[in-house]
Design a protein around this ligand. Structure first.
Ligand code: FDA
Length: 309
């Protein structure tokens, strides 16, 4: 195992300890979480969308929350997601919406989750918006793809898209099959703690597969969201698109709120579409720990904010 993946797994394991969780959820929003999270309320998030739009950046808003088992809580999330779509429309903002299926009850009941997603997609239809289904850990990969395919048939590729992770061995055939359906895909490296039975343990292989997946999906003629902050991915993919005369309207770069902000602006100034994944809500802890795990140096940033108090 490489040092990178060892550190990542350690951070994710420590973050799971209940005392670490309660410490961070108590003080985190005051001490540094705001770097990665736009706020705890929809209004706070909308203010950030407006700011990003003014800088020439598009957004995808994400109501934080995952692993929801109670129907009431899942319904509550559906209602906030629909309010989010309505608010984007009302204020004329440039923002899509990203969702996690376990927030809408996937782990409890697939049919209930599908029903919730239909409500979300109808609201997106009504407001002329687009919903991206995030990809979670490998225990729900197949269920997520299956549910996405049902929605794709019902709502079409302009309304619904999916995420695929390059660290999973299975992703090459998945992208090939989804390409045949014309799916709009966001390609990411993958952020969960996975075993080497399902995912490449070495970053080198994750990176190699990342490039292959994006090239394959672009070559298949499908819209591709290249979601990475890694210039070793971005630069060769820019060159690939130019050499193959793939117009800038057929793909976009996506990055996370608070990460590589100068690179986001640079790409936008070069005429590329850039979308910032902007999370909001009170349930920010799992999202925050994945951001720390990707770059443990981020912990220093949080500790520094703590010391400044
Ligand atoms: P890599 O990890 O190699 O980092 C490259 C460079 O980027 C680093 O050297 C550093 O400079 C910078 N960087 C990366 N992460 C950083 C961080 N947290 N803080 C500060 N700097 C950082 N994953 C998933 O499993 N399912 C999903 O649905 C999504 N969705 C998603 C949407 C969008 C828009 C993005 C950008 C990412 C995701 N991810 C995701 C997360 C993704 O899987 C991955 O963990 C992160 O993007 C980090 O990987 P990079 O591709 O940036 O490369």
């Amino acid at each position: 195992m490489s040092i990178d993946s060892y550190l990542r797994k350690t951070v994710l394991r420590v973050a799971d300890l209940s005392w670490v969780r309660s410490l961070f959820t108590k003080y985190g929003m005051k001490y540094g979480v705001h770097r990665f999270v736009a706020g705890e309320t929809l209004d706070a998030a909308l203010a950030q969308v407006r700011r990003l739009n003014e800088q020439g950046l598009s957004v995808t808003l994400d109501l934080l929350g995952e692993s929801v088992y109670e129907q009431k809580a899942a319904e509550q999330s559906v209602s906030v997601i629909i309010q989010t779509l309505e608010a984007i429309d009302k204020h004329g903002l440039d923002s899509h919406v990203s969702v996690k299926l376990t927030q809408l009850g996937l782990c409890k009941d697939t049919e209930m989750c599908l029903d919730h997603m239909r409500k979300v997609c109808h609201a997106a239809e009504k407001t002329g918006n687009f919903i991206r289904i995030d990809m979670e850990d490998s225990s729900v990969t197949q269920a997520t793809i299956d549910l996405f395919c049902s929605l794709l048939e019902e709502f079409g590729t302009n309304r619904i898209g999916l995420v695929i992770q390059s660290y999973l061995y299975r992703s090459l055939p998945d992208v090939n099959e989804l390409g045949k359906l014309g799916a709009n895909l966001r390609i990411v490296k993958g952020a969960y703690n996975e075993s080497d039975k399902v995912a490449f343990p070495l970053k080198k292989n994750v990176d190699l597969q990342y490039i292959s997946l994006v090239k394959m999906h672009l070559t298949n003629g499908c819209y591709t969201a290249i979601a990475t902050h890694d210039e070793n991915m971005i630069n060769p993919l820019k060159a690939f698109a130019a050499q193959n005369k793939i117009p800038k309207e057929r793909f976009e770069f996506q990055m996370l709120y608070g990460v590589s902000t100068l690179l986001q602006l640079k790409l936008a100034q070069e005429g590329y579409r850039v979308r910032v994944y902007t999370p909001f809500g009170v349930d920010w802890y799992p999202y925050f720990t994945r951001r720390i795990a990707e770059r443990p140096a981020n912990l220093l940033f949080v500790l520094k904010s703590l010391l400044k108090r």
